[in-house]
Design a protein around this ligand. Structure first.
Ligand code: ATP
Length: 453
């Protein structure tokens, strides 16, 4: 009898080597080569980007297959062996975990996964959820990887999702400069800009599809559907051998982590959150050029930090005035003295207050502006010497140059989950969802790309 079988993997990499996407790609390809049928593309699930112990982008991976009951053990063995083979267990911060779940994904697991996007979850809770769901966990060292491995299985891609095609390097090239022709990336971006995103930073022209570390990823192109990322990939001039290519379905570029609205009194370190309130103090610039503004609601106030790298977010933050209404999204940081700061990833300005400036009055005889006679004193006309009291100052409404709307950082400062403005208004091509023929076609075309390179 055929059954759904889900495999979650996390934490196989360190800053020095590896990448959990690579482990998942190898396992997916191995299972396909043995004739197992996938229910979907492999999932690359980005979790709360504000947890302090992530290696890079807090990515966890899951694979979803339809299997005969009698072959579950075989798949489990291959999965554990692949994780062992691709993990350097000597790295202190690497705690690989593999989770197996047979049958439908229960709601408790979906809820756990939703919270893993914006909260800090404990291994103890993960173990309990896994036990209740009948999921089996294999921990190769410590237990921390269980949170991500489990959460990746319960991810919700129904509302929005994207795809990423990733090409991996051959071992002898890992650690060297990536040989991808940057002009070809610009040309690809010009052709596929609407269907792919974050290829190039528009202000600096910087190529964003290649990472910089010693990991096996050569490049990744993100986009709306498998065909578009494959076509975009085919436009690139790559001057080094490729070990393998895969397409992931992912929550990257969807703002999935910025869905939890909280009152300020409920903020805790490392959450990803959204608050709504009023600016309660004039913005100030601190060392490094970052802008800090306080936002308050009926339960408290919190400092919001718009970092220099956030471009228009910082520029807008600098022009805020007390009383302006804002919705601020981002990560909660704990400062050395115990206070919390919200690092702004998205700023929505919903209402601006009038700013009133007090001006010196004009003389009623001569019509010219009076001068002040000193601090706390009245005013005097320079020409006819007529005097006016202090209270005669005139209120002038200042024109605010700031526009209502949503501000996000430039692509070079995006997190994996940040929804780029180019995706605003995009509707998912529903016909692509879990279409087996499409997966098979894409796998075939990937195989032909790999062979050609
Ligand atoms: P890469 O993106 O390069 O694969 P990474 O940034 O995903 O690396 P990991 O090495 O996977 O980093 O480490 C993240 C760790 O944090 C994992 O052990 C994972 O289980 C755990 N984790 C993920 N999300 C949460 C969460 N919301 N609460 C608590 N722990 C979490």
């Amino acid at each position: 009898m055929l059954t759904e079988f889900h495999i979650g993997i996390d934490d196989t990499d360190s800053r020095l080597a590896g990448c959990t996407t690579y482990t998942a790609a190898l396992l997916f390809q191995e299972l396909i080569s043995r004739g197992f049928k996938p229910l979907d593309f492999p999932w690359l699930v980005r979790l709360n980007p504000n947890i302090p112990w992530k290696t890079r982008g807090n990515g966890a991976l899951s694979l979803h297959f339809s299997l005969e009951d009698g072959r579950l053990e075989e798949v489990e063995k291959i999965a554990v062996a692949t994780v062992e083979h691709t993990t350097d267990l000597n790295q202190r911060e690497t705690d690989p975990a593999v989770v197996f779940l047979k049958g439908l994904i229960p709601n408790s697991l979906r809820e756990f996964s939703a919270r893993a996007l914006h909260d800090i979850l404990s291994v103890r809770e993960a173990s309990q959820i896994a036990m209740d769901a009948g999921a089996e966990a294999h921990l190769l060292k410590g237990s921390r990887g269980l949170v991500g491995a489990l959460a990746s299985v319960g991810a919700d891609f129904d509302h929005d999702h994207t795809f990423e095609i990733i090409a991996y390097r051959t071992p002898e090239n890992i650690g060297t400069t990536r040989r991808v022709n940057h002009d070809s990336v610009r040309q690809m971006d010009a052709i596929f800009r609407r269907l792919t995103f974050n290829n190039i930073d528009p202000e600096t022209g910087r190529v964003l599809i290649c990472p910089h570390g010693p990991d096996p990823v050569l490049l990744g192109v993100r986009g709306e559907d498998p065909a578009s990322v494959t076509n975009a990939f085919n436009q690139l001039e790559i001057n080094e051998p490729i070990e393998s290519i895969i397409i992931f379905k992912t929550n990257q570029g969807t703002n999935a982590h910025l869905s939890c609205h909280r009152r300020i009194e409920a903020l805790r370190p490392y959450q990803s959150t959204v608050i709504t309130g009023r600016v309660s103090g004039a913005p100030r610039i601190v060392r490094g050029g970052h802008v800090i503004f306080k936002t308050g609601d009926e339960t408290g106030a919190v400092d919001c930090a718009a970092y220099r790298a956030t471009g228009s977010v910082r520029e807008t933050a600098l022009q805020l005035a007390p009383g302006d209404s804002v919705t601020v999204s981002g990560g909660i940081r704990l400062q050395p003295l115990g206070e919390l700061t919200l690092n702004v990833e998205k700023l929505e300005l919903t209402r601006v207050v009038d700013m009133v400036r007090l001006e010196n009055p004009s003389c009623s005889n001569c019509g010219i502006k009076c001068e002040s006679m000193g601090k706390g004193q009245g005013f005097r006309c320079r020409k006819c010497k007529a005097r006016l009291p202090r209270a005669s100052r005139v209120e002038k409404i200042e024109h605010r140059k700031i526009a209502l709307g949503v501000y996000i950082p430039p692509p070079r400062a995006h997190r994996h989950l940040t929804k780029p403005s180019s995706r605003d208004g995009i509707r998912r091509p529903i016909s692509f969802e879990i279409d087996r023929a499409n997966i098979d076609r894409t796998l075939e075309s990937l195989a032909s790309i790999s062979t050609a390179s």
